[in-house]
Design a protein around this ligand. Structure first.
Ligand code: DAH
Length: 335
């Protein structure tokens, strides 16, 4: 029996382990419940009484030895495999490049516009996207039955038959911010008001239910149509270059008198057309009165321009929907 213990010592020392499978073989052979060491323990009955003490001691040593050998083989395997992995890394390779995002083309266009107006001395203001009927329509001199109030164009958030409760709408333009600004700030005012606006329109290459405008308001003593024209022309030249082809046409808005619209000539694929980018005019005295500004003392001009229209001209895009689909192949072109 003691001879067998000795022989097992040698076997444990000589057992070759190069792979995790071989390590598992070692464990099954020597350390498991049905392994050789456990089965020898069970044979203690065969050992003569005077040898029992020596047998027990020898077996315990054998068991400890097998466990220690197992632990060291396992550690060896682990460090071998780590070395193998690190040998695969080629530290001279160029680091992989990760895609870096860029600003959305509308944001880029808006930034350009803001920079220009900043240079012209305009501040920036904003207002809520959910507006009350007073700011979106009434204060802007819309008559009570104006078609723009119709549900065709306006998304209503709250519509009430009670004349004491004002309707709430998703603002259909940024013009209500003019009213909010005049309510809280005395003239002189020289501000732009960028933001989102919403209209209940069918989606097509030319229209979307949501778009962006940059409103402007200039109020002081003795502001004239000549100031409006000069500011608009300066803007289009800075935005599109001094050879830009533009035209001013008379227009109509409830909140301005007189009113002007500005078109830019757009040439694409050999043909060209006029594209309207903004409505503008001299602030109607009724608007001043609704916002608490003295129309006897002050005059002013205002406009609302379409950011998408300007981005379309700037980048030759012919479908407004592409701004909202977030197709990565479209967006990647504006890095
Ligand atoms: N609010 C008008 C629209 O959405 C645009 C506009 C026209 C704004 C004339 C103005 C203005 O401030 O003076 O179509």
């Amino acid at each position: 029996m003691l001879e067998e213990i000795k022989a097992l010592h040698t076997e444990i020392e000589d057992f070759v382990v190069d792979t995790p499978n071989q390590l598992e073989d070692f464990r099954l052979e020597f350390l498991s419940k049905n392994g050789r060491i456990q089965s020898m323990f069970k044979r203690i009955g065969e050992v003569p009484n005077e040898q029992k003490a020596a047998f027990g001691k020898g077996m315990n040593e054998l068991k400890q030895k097998a466990q220690a050998r197992f632990d060291s083989l396992q550690a060896q395997l682990k460090s071998d495999s780590q070395q193998e992995n690190s040998a695969k890394d080629d530290i001279t390779l160029t680091a992989p490049s990760y895609p870096v995002g860029s600003l959305h083309p509308l944001t880029q266009t808006l930034e350009e516009m803001k920079n220009i107006f900043y240079r012209l001395g305009f501040t920036i203001s904003d207002g809520p996207e959910i507006e009350d009927d007073f700011h979106n329509f009434t204060a802007l001199n819309f008559p009570p039955n104006h078609p723009a109030r119709d549900e065709q164009d306006t998304f209503f958030v709250r519509k009430s038959d009670d004349p004491n409760i004002d309707d709430l709408v998703l603002r259909t333009h940024t013009s209500p911010v003019q009213i909010r600004l005049m309510e809280k700030q005395k003239p002189p005012i020289r501000a732009i008001m960028p933001g989102r606006v919403y209209r209940n329109e069918a989606v097509s290459p030319k229209s979307y239910f949501l778009f962006h405008q940059v409103e402007a308001l200039y109020v002081d003593e003795n502001v004239s149509v000549a100031d409006l024209k000069e500011t608009l022309i300066t803007f289009v030249k800075l935005m599109f270059g001094s050879d830009v082809k533009y035209r001013l046409r008379p227009g109509f808005f409830p909140f301005t008198e007189p009113s002007l619209e500005l078109d830019i000539w757009w040439e694409a694929n050999g043909s060209g057309k006029w594209l309207e980018i903004l409505g503008s005019g001299m602030v109607d005295p009724n608007v001043f009165k609704a916002a608490g500004v003295d129309p006897e003392k002050y005059t002013g001009f205002a406009w609302g321009m379409g950011v998408e229209r300007i981005a379309i001209l700037r980048h030759g895009i012919d479908d407004i929907r592409t701004f909202y689909e977030n197709d990565i192949r479209f967006l990647e072109q504006f890095n």
